[in-house]
Design a protein around this ligand. Structure first.
Ligand code: FAD
Length: 299
């Protein structure tokens, strides 16, 4: 029997394959115990030379000080570029601009610029603050007026839940990039075909900027399926079936999670993707293994 493999980038040696760029997303810890885990995970992931690590911004600016504190410490203590997320929910332009200037003063030159969601959740219509930025594109323009930040924005392989149709979704993405963003990072997705179709749509609309896949390893199927439902990402039945019955079997769950994420990442690699953003949820292990598959090694 002969197997005719197409060229697989994932099977090339380090010398032959392209260099992969990875970034890791964290959230600002709320308690001392969570902060300990944050730094423990950072200690494992920082030596892998990520392009940057990012720290999210809580709904309505609830983590404003903590996000700034964490990105400043990451930069100072690990030397890695840190990106601060920022939303424009419930804040005036002046207030948001003050946060941007705070990042600037702390030497942070990367921002992930987002509209954010109303406090009631993504299902509710977004009403801008009367004196605030109206959407993410408006926010990107405001940030770029303040300084030469490297700005990333959000993209939605399954369409943003509030978007009436694909054209509106792609138009909004284009507006954010035209306003001065460098790249987009996608919402979590679990079927690579959704991502490939989305990239085709974006390229057909003249979007040339990188569309970096946001990879969410399924540390806990129950928790991630809850997150996915809240942000409008679907979990295909074939993925759900792989975790079926594993709630009380953490060891097998972890092995399946690793296999599922590895399959997703390597399929992207074999289709020419070279940049990845990993949602860590402040846990290192699965992401560490995935970055290793991409050739990342500690010093
Ligand atoms: P926008 O780009 O302004 O709009 C999003 C979409 O809504 C558009 O693509 C469009 O389809 C639709 N839309 C909006 N307005 C209209 C309109 N008037 N007409 C038609 N369609 C419209 N949230 C946080 O609170 N903190 C974070 O740190 C955070 N980090 C994130 C990181 C990434 C990588 C991603 C993908 C999301 C993140 N989010 C975060 C979630 C984000 O705030 C929500 O998804 C929010 O609902 C939309 O933000 P946006 O920046 O994409 O908004």
């Amino acid at each position: 029997m002969s197997i005719d493999h197409p060229d697989r980038t994932s099977r090339l040696s380090a010398a032959e394959r392209p260099k992969f760029l990875v970034s890791f997303e964290f959230f600002p810890p709320r308690t001392d115990a969570m902060e300990e885990r944050f730094w423990e995970s950072m200690g494992k992931l920082a030596p892998l030379h990520p392009r940057f690590v990012s720290v999210t911004y809580g709904a309505g600016g609830s983590t404003r000080e903590r996000t700034l504190r964490m990105v400043s410490r990451i930069k100072a203590e690990t030397g890695i570029d840190a990106a601060a997320h920022l939303t424009c929910v419930g804040a005036s332009r002046e207030e948001v601009d003050a946060v941007v200037r705070g990042y600037q003063a702390a030497g942070i030159n990367r921002i992930v610029a987002l509209r954010g969601d109303p406090a009631e959740g993504i299902g509710q219509p977004f009403t801008p603050h009367p004196a605030g930025y109206r959407n993410a594109a408006d926010l990107v323009a405001g940030i770029r007026r303040i300084g030469a930040f490297d700005v990333s924005v959000a993209a939605y392989p399954e369409k943003h839940p509030q978007s009436p149709h694909w054209q509106a979704d792609i138009d909004k993405l284009k507006a954010k990039l035209d306003a001065g963003a460098t790249r987009s990072i996608t919402q979590m997705f679990f079927d690579n075909d959704d991502y490939f179709r989305f990239v085709d749509r974006a390229r057909a609309a003249g979007i040339a900027a990188p569309i970096v896949p946001g990879i969410q390893p399924i540390h806990s199927f129950r928790q991630i399926s809850g997150f996915a439902a809240r942000c409008g990402a679907s979990i295909p039945s074939w993925v759900a079936e792989r975790f079926d019955g594993l709630d009380d079997d953490p060891e097998t769950h972890a092995l399946v999670a690793s296999a599922v994420a590895a399959e997703q990442v390597l399929e992207l690699v074999d289709n020419g993707i070279t940049e990845f953003h990993f949602y860590t949820l402040n846990r290192a292990n699965l992401v560490l293994a995935l970055a290793r598959l991409l050739g990342a090694r500690p010093n």
